[in-house]
Ligand binder design. Structure first.
Ligand code: HEM
Ligand SMILES: [Ca+2]
Ligand SMILES: [Ca+2]
Length: 325
């Protein structure tokens, strides 16, 4: 048995191998590991109390997993004889974090329910739990993802949008994953928590569009503050909050800041500044009404979490999230 417990709707073929993609369901661990979410939440509570930024890092980990080969925990695999890790890709290197917390959750789950809960589901549960513990919305989370036996360094370099993307680029990156402009704006609202390195926004301060000038959409005082954290040369790893008003609180202040020219990344500000009617209306409505943002965020997180999952007999449930079995 591949360890799934609701297999009565698994048609399968003559060999008992199912080629079709089975759906994820919220009750997947109801009998095989009913305490799964309690265990995830107890580890998260401690980890986030110790380091409030960890919530942001875990949310981002799920995103960077799902955009490469789907939500299959490919991002967690270390280098080995058969694996070239995604951890060294341009978007991930010196930036992505949270692996130790995932290891700790996995170790506790292996004690409680050995061989049952996939690393890909742990990433999805950790993203939801981190959102909730930061004050954001809860959502009913479909489960039953299985773990990949492969990783894709090139996929990680190609599919994760860079911070200086134009709006049209961002829309294309999201469309490629089956996500639309509404998902783009709502999920960008993740930048209500966490930080970015100077390297990720330097171009806006000193050489936007090859002009040797700052991005004119940057509010003046905000720009001045950023130049002291992020000098023209050096300081690439200095960090600045994505939402300086409430960097550890999951709220709608990210959208309010964008309205005032105080979004940190080019990809944040273009949602408003490129005058795309749809994204402008969405930024405005999320800035005005936190409830509308929370509802859409929850919906879009489920959608993102459903990208290309391995189910049925595809993939495996890893024993250790860092290596294939
Ligand atoms: C729309 C396209 C996006 C772009 C261009 C983008 C880009 C970035 C960049 C450059 C950083 C800072 C990395 C660094 O300098 O070390 C960052 C951080 C972050 N991103 Fe995004 N991101 C996008 C969408 C998303 C989505 C969809 C999510 C989650 C669903 C997300 C969640 C986060 C979080 C939580 C952080 C802070 C991480 C931490 O503090 O450790 N981002 N993003
Ligand atoms: Ca993946
Ligand atoms: Ca915030």
């Amino acid at each position: 048995s591949p360890g799934f417990n609701f297999n009565w709707f698994n048609g399968g073929d003559e060999n008992g191998e199912s080629e079709e993609q089975l759906g994820l369901i919220p009750e997947f661990y109801q009998y095989s590991c009913p305490q799964v979410n309690d265990i995830v939440m107890s580890v998260l509570e401690q980890a986030i109390a110790k380091d409030p930024r960890m919530a942001a890092s875990l949310l981002r980990l799920h995103f960077h997993d799902c955009f490469v080969q789907g939500c299959d925990a490919s991002i967690l695999l270390d280098d080995s004889e058969t694996i070239i890790s995604e951890k060294q890709s341009i978007p991930n290197k010196n930036s992505i974090r949270g692996f130790e917390v995932i290891d700790e959750i996995k170790a506790k789950l292996e004690e409680a329910c050995p061989g049952v809960v996939s690393c890909a589901d742990i990433l999805a549960l950790a993203a939801r739990g981190s959102t909730v513990l930061s004050g954001g919305p809860y959502w009913v989370l479909p489960l039953g993802r299985r773990d990949s036996k492969t990783a894709s360094l090139s996929g990680s370099n190609i599919n994760i949008p860079p911070p200086n993307s134009t709006l049209q680029n961002l829309i294309s990156f999201f469309n490629h994953q089956g996500l639309d402009e509404i998902d783009l704006v709502a999920l960008s609202g993740s930048h209500t928590i966490g930080v970015a390195r100077c390297l990720s926004f330097k171009q806006r301060l000193y050489n936007q569009n090859g002009s040797n000038q700052p991005d004119e959409t940057l509010e003046r005082n905000y720009y001045n503050g950023l130049t002291s954290v992020c000098p023209k040369s050096g300081g690439d790893n200095n960090i600045s909050p994505l939402d300086f008003a409430s960097p550890a609180m999951f709220d709608n202040s990210y959208f309010k800041l964008i309205m005032g020219g105080k979004g940190l990344l080019n990809s944040d500000e273009v949602l408003l500044s490129e005058n795309n009617w749809n994204t402008v209306q969405l930024v405005k409505s999320y800035a005005e009404d936190e409830g509308i943002f929370f509802n859409q965020f929850a919906y879009s997180m489920v959608k993102m979490g459903n990208i290309g999952p391995l189910t049925g007999y595809n993939g495996e449930v890893r024993m250790n999230c860092r290596r294939v079995n």
